[in-house]
Design a protein around this ligand. Structure first.
Ligand code: ZN
Length: 315
């Protein structure tokens, strides 16, 4: 019998300093992806399984985090992506009740959605953009401008593409993006970002089309250090870092997605930048280390609070 009380779970947010910026990562929850081998149509299934087992991960039940970064630059509050939302007909309805937790997690972290100035979207896929509105289509970030690449907005809000989508889930990609983005467009609160555009002081967009038509990653620089917030450039801390050439089933254009992965990995490695991985183990902050033809993931240590009680003095 253990004398320990039941385990307290860590809060669904984490906070760290980046130069003069205060960063908070809030969790929207966990996406249960099932067997990983089903998501990589070009890979040898046995090799996918073996790589996961080697890294102490289950080949049958791959879980992806949704790490939403909020950066306080001192002048503006910038949030990167929004999670799956709570619409029973869309986000949570598809991804399950363990997701769609961004707003309560934000509030636990002391952040009021009404204080967010900019929502910078990496792209408009369900798990990134479907948390912009409530199930009735009302904006959940009443004072935010939504920034994304124009190609991303134009593609996914085009309901004329629904008829040609191969299944209901992929039809919903268009319906959900339209439902979430159009209310902001109608309110004049969409801003289009080109490659190199400045989102806020120290934060710039890098065009990385491939996983989606207008995918962006963001460089966040303060105090001479840079974090690259990379959305779906890479979905998994083992599979697509070790094997950058495997196509992910939801890549819009597989060869372009692979080329962008390699390009950004080299940019991060060459600049010795940190990475904030949206789908990586919470909170998703770390570095890359070259490993064979790919990279290994090195999670960063976060500073903890110091107990208020004074440390015992040794005699
Ligand atoms: Zn994603």
């Amino acid at each position: 019998m253990s004398a320990h009380p039941p385990t307290d779970r860590p809060a669904p947010y984490a906070r760290f300093r980046h130069g003069s910026f205060e960063c908070t990562v809030v969790s929207d929850g966990l996406l249960e992806m099932g067997p990983a081998r089903d998501n990589f149509p070009t890979a040898d299934p046995a090799e996918v399984d073996a790589l996961l087992v080697q890294h102490h991960l289950s080949p049958e039940a791959v879980r992806l985090n949704e790490n939403i970064l909020v950066v306080d630059t001192g002048a503006e509050l910038v949030q990167f992506d929004t999670g799956v939302g709570t619409d029973p007909a869309l986000g949570r309805g598809f991804f399950g009740p363990g997701t769609g937790q961004a707003l309560p997690a934000l509030r636990m972290a002391g952040i009021d959605p009404g204080d967010i100035d900019v929502i910078a979207l990496t792209h408009a896929h369900p798990d990134h953009a479907w948390g912009l509105v409530d199930p009735d289509g009302r904006p959940l970030y009443p004072n935010a401008v939504v920034a994304l690449h124009r190609a991303e907005f134009d593609h996914w809000t085009d309901l004329g593409r629904v008829a040609d989508a191969p299944d209901e889930h992929r039809k919903d990609h268009f319906r959900g993006a339209h439902k979430n983005l159009v209310p902001y467009a109608e309110a004049g609160r969409i801003r289009f970002l080109d490659d190199g555009a400045e989102v806020a002081s120290g934060i710039t967009a890098v065009a990385t089309p491939g996983h989606s038509p207008g995918h962006l990653v963001y460089r966040i620089t303060s105090g001479g250090a840079t974090i690259v917030c990379w959305g779906d450039l890479c979905h998994h801390q083992v599979l697509l870092l070790q094997r950058p050439d495997w196509a992910f089933q939801f890549d819009f254009h597989g060869p372009d997605a692979t080329a962008q992965r390699r390009r950004v990995y080299e940019m991060v490695d060459g600049g010795r930048h940190a990475v904030l991985g949206y789908h990586f183990p919470f909170p998703g902050l770390g570095h890359l280390r070259r490993d064979g033809d790919g990279y290994a993931w090195l999670p960063s240590e976060l500073e903890r609070a110091v107990p208020a009680e004074p440390a015992a003095v040794r005699p």
